[in-house]
Structure formats: structure tokens, C-alpha cells
Design a protein around this ligand. Sequence first.
Ligand code: BG6
Length: 489
Amino acid sequence: MVSRVIPVDVFDLVIFGGTGDLARRKVLPGLYRRFLAGQMPEGARIIGAARADLDDQGFRDMARAAIGEFAGAAKQDAEAIGQFLDHLHYVAIDATGEGGWDRLAAIVRKDVVQAFYFSVAPSLFGELAERLHHHGIATAQSRIVVEKPFGHDLGTAQALNATLAAHFSEGQIYRIDHYLGKETVQNLMAVRFANMLFEPLWNAQYIDHVQITVAETVGVGGRGAYYDRSGAMRDMMQNHLMQLLCLIAMEPPYKFDPDAVRDEKLKVIRALDPVGPEDIVRGQYRGGAKKDGLGEPSYVEDAANPASLTESYVALKVMVANWRWKGTPFYLRTGKKLRGRTSEIAIVFREPPHSIFGDEEGWRENVLAIRLQPNEGMNLTVMIKEPGPGGMRLTEVPLDMSFADALGEDGADIPDAYERLIMDVIRGNQTLFMRGDEVEAAWAWTDPIIAGWEERGDRPRGYDPGSSGPEDALMLLHRDGRRWREIRE
Ligand code: BG6
């Protein structure tokens, strides 16, 4: 199967923070992969803009190294890299001063698609927006791409929305949540709305509960200063897990159209019940012994803040207060330094109303598990008869599908989230980007939870690196007669 490449118009993409970590790890390697796939039109330009004193060649050298390191071993093709680098240019710029803006104004073309990627500290977002206007660079058609974190709470998100709105219309603003660019996340919509099989059962009458897990093995070492001000609630729950919840819980949009989809997601966020302290567990990883005998740093060491009360893990139970989901809890958890890097959504169905077999022992609920990473795919467990003459005994079997197996080369070569999202910006498709009101609604739900912790001086529970998180998180489900799915190593 060969994937279709949707052509895009000629563009100038300016990456503010073009020499930064995100540009090196994701944006430039992602663009190179799109080039390899044949999606980069002739004449397209990628213009790095950053403080560093580089010229075009210096930026190209940096990009070459980034591609070598982050574009994947199978994608290294010296000739293609050389051709790709010809698309790259550089402007040294001072985001908070006057330096470089006139040069940028002279370079950026007004007769092609213009996109400005704000891959810089959030405190600079407003300033960049203003300067783009002040120097007459942006037009009414320009697009701006804004990275997370989008605000620190509702107030700061509103202020940022207002600053951006002073210069750009909502249709020009692309707020990134890279989880929406993950292939499997988009597949949630395909599974739900392109199959007759699931949607009739997709409600509280048939679904007992939903579990969303985003587990990571990495700690916060290296970015402790940022993370210590955020914690798992702001860094992951308010955005990535919230978006996953929306895609699972939303009503069918009337059309696969940016506002139709985002309207439905917004309704879900607004329908979320507040979460009380009894329904949420925070954790912070302890230090640990590594197999090689070297100690692994604890969270407070990584954050260089011995008194830190910031959570590196959070698990919660939330109800979506509407007709469809009345009585079906959503359990969400995410954390660092856990035993495996697993992200999955599990839809756990209810028991049949009556068992005709009387074999309760072998019975298990049907579970539709959607694996976001690694090994993207879906697994539906069904009950069948245990083979053999031993009577009607039940056993559970998986209907397992990995994209890699089912789709051959295409399934194994899933584009990175950033590749798709950047191309969506160029194509002018906002479906997979967050609208301002969505972000604000997510903060409005998150803020009281965090404020409650601060008021109570809540201390996160310790958990060991390589574990499944704090013991108390188990209780969230145990007391409801349920259990978390295993986090695989
Ligand atoms: C980022 C968070 O948004 O997502 C990080 O800031 C986290 O803390 C990362 O590690 C996880 O993304 P992924 O794509 O590796 O699951």
C-alpha cells in the first residue's frame, strides 16, 4: 500500500527558535521526512529565526546534524538531505528587540503561504505576534503556530488569547497539542465514526468505564526548571489526556470539519464534573538503585528543588455529566519514571445482562484497547468457548491488530505527529489544533483542582521508579470494584 501525499502550496515557514531543542528534534527532521515523501513543493522555504549568530550555511549544518540524529536511521540519504537543505535559510533575530526584523521582512514572501512557528519560551508569544505586525511582515492570511504550554492557568491563557487576537484572527492561530497529530489518535475518530460496529454501543448503557493511560519511563532531568512549575496536571492532563478524553466522549460531529469537531470536543470539556480530592491521587518519584549500581535521582533532585510538592504522576476519576455518559467513569493517569512507556485507551464493556453458561470463572469483560504507542494498534478481547470436549467453558481471546502488520510498510512507517501537524498548517486545516475556547475550558476545569492542592498544602505520594505509580492510585479503581490495566514494561 502506498500512502497518498496531499500536495501543498508553496510556502515560507519561519521557525522562531529555529536552533532550539524542538526544532532540532521534531520540526526539522519532520520537514525532511515530508520532503522525502514528496510533499515539499519546489520553491518552499524554511527560514530559521533565532538569536544565534548564524548564516544560511551554519543553519544548514545544524539541520544536517539534527536530521542525522533524529530523522531515523532508515531515512538517511545524503543526496536527499543535501536537496532538502537547499530549502533552508536563516535570519538572526532578537525577539525582544529590533535586531533582524527588517531583514526578515525583506525575505518573507507575501505571495505564498506564510506560517510562523513560535517554538520559543511562552513569555515571547505575545511579543512575536506584535512584532510581526509592527514590521509589516504578517498579512491577513499568515498563520501562526503556537506551542504548548498555552498559559499556566485560565487567567494567563485568556490573556494570551487576547494578545494573539489583537493581531490574528482565530482562523490564523494553530495551537499545537501534538497528541492530536498522532496517527492512532486520529484513528479514534475513524474507528468511532466510520464503523457501524462500535458507535451503537458507545455509551453508558454498554460501557462500564474507560481508562486512559499515558505512562513514560523518562524522568524530568534536563527540564526540571520548567516541569517543577507545571507538574503532570498542567504538562499532560490539561492538554494531552484531556484531548484523548474528548475524542472518546464526544458526540459525532456533523462533518469532519475543524469547527464541527472542535465544537463537540468543547461540549465534553464543559460537561466534565469537578474532581474532588477523594478522586485524585498525585505522586512524585523517589530515587532508586539502578542495575549498574549508580543511584537514579529522585524527582526533587531532578527538579533541583528539595522542598518541591510538584507531582510527576497524577491519576483521577472524572464523570462526563451528560446523557451519553451518565454512570460511566473515566479514569485517567499519567506519570514519569513508570515501568513502561505505554499509552493506551481501554474501553471496558459491561457484563452481559444474564449468563446462560453459569461459568462465571472464565468470564472477562470485553475490552477494546487502543494502543497509541508503542506498537500502534487495537485489541478487542472477546469470549469464546475453550477448545476441547470439556463442556462449555469460556475463555478470553484477543482480536489483535497492529498497524504495522495490517498496513505493511505504511503501518510501520507512521509519520511523526509534528510532520502531519506542520503540513496541516500549510494546508490551512485546523481540525487537529486546539481552539482558544477549548484551551480556556480545559484550564477552567484544571484550575480548581490545582488550587485545592495549594490550599491544602497537598503532598504527593512517593513512588518507586520503574513501578506503576503510587499505591493509592490503585484504590481509585479498587473501591469501585475495578482495577487498572497493567502498564507493560
Ligand atoms: C510533552 C510533555 O508535551 O509530551 C512531556 O511536555 C512529555 O513532558 C511529552 O514527555 C510526551 O510526548 P510523547 O509524544 O513522547 O508521548
